[in-house]
Structures are given as C-alpha cells and as structure tokens.
Design a protein around this ligand. Structure first.
Ligand SMILES: [Zn+2]
Length: 78
C-alpha cells in the first residue's frame, strides 16, 4: 500500500532537490565556486576532457561532483 501523503511528500522533495541541482549546475558552469552541502568541499565540473580535483570517476560522463562523492550530479538529464 502506498501512503498518498508520503508519496506526495517524496515527490515534493525530489522536485526541490532537482531545482537545487539545477541551481548548482548553473553556478558551477558559470565558473563560480559552489561548496558541497555535505562536506563543504568545492564542487567540480567533471567533463571527459578535464577535471583537476576529481579524477577517479569514469571519464565517459559529465557531471558535477565533490571530492568525496557525496554530491554527484549527472548532467545527462538536463
Ligand atoms: Zn561532498
């Protein structure tokens, strides 16, 4: 059984975090420094070409990540 209220709350949360992620993306792509909300490390725009901070991810996908990986935003759904 799905609790309708819980489900609505969940949808609201994921919508909020999606908006947050878009905000973060815009800033990072504009060259601004954005800190991870969890570990307070600067987020890095990860592209197949280069990323000076995070180097342990597969180079196939673009995304925004922090040093520790607690923030990991994939860019393909934008
Ligand atoms: Zn982090």
């Amino acid at each position: 059984m799905i609790d309708i209220k819980q489900f609505a709350e969940l949808q609201k949360q994921s919508k909020n975090s999606f908006a947050d992620q878009r905000q973060i993306m815009k800033k990072v792509m504009a060259g601004q420094t954005v800190l991870c909300s969890t570990c307070k490390q600067p987020l890095c725009l990860l592209t197949p070409e280069h990323c000076s901070i995070v180097n342990n991810a597969s180079s196939e996908s673009s995304g925004i990540r922090c040093n520790k990986g607690c923030t990991d935003i994939q860019l393909d759904f934008v």
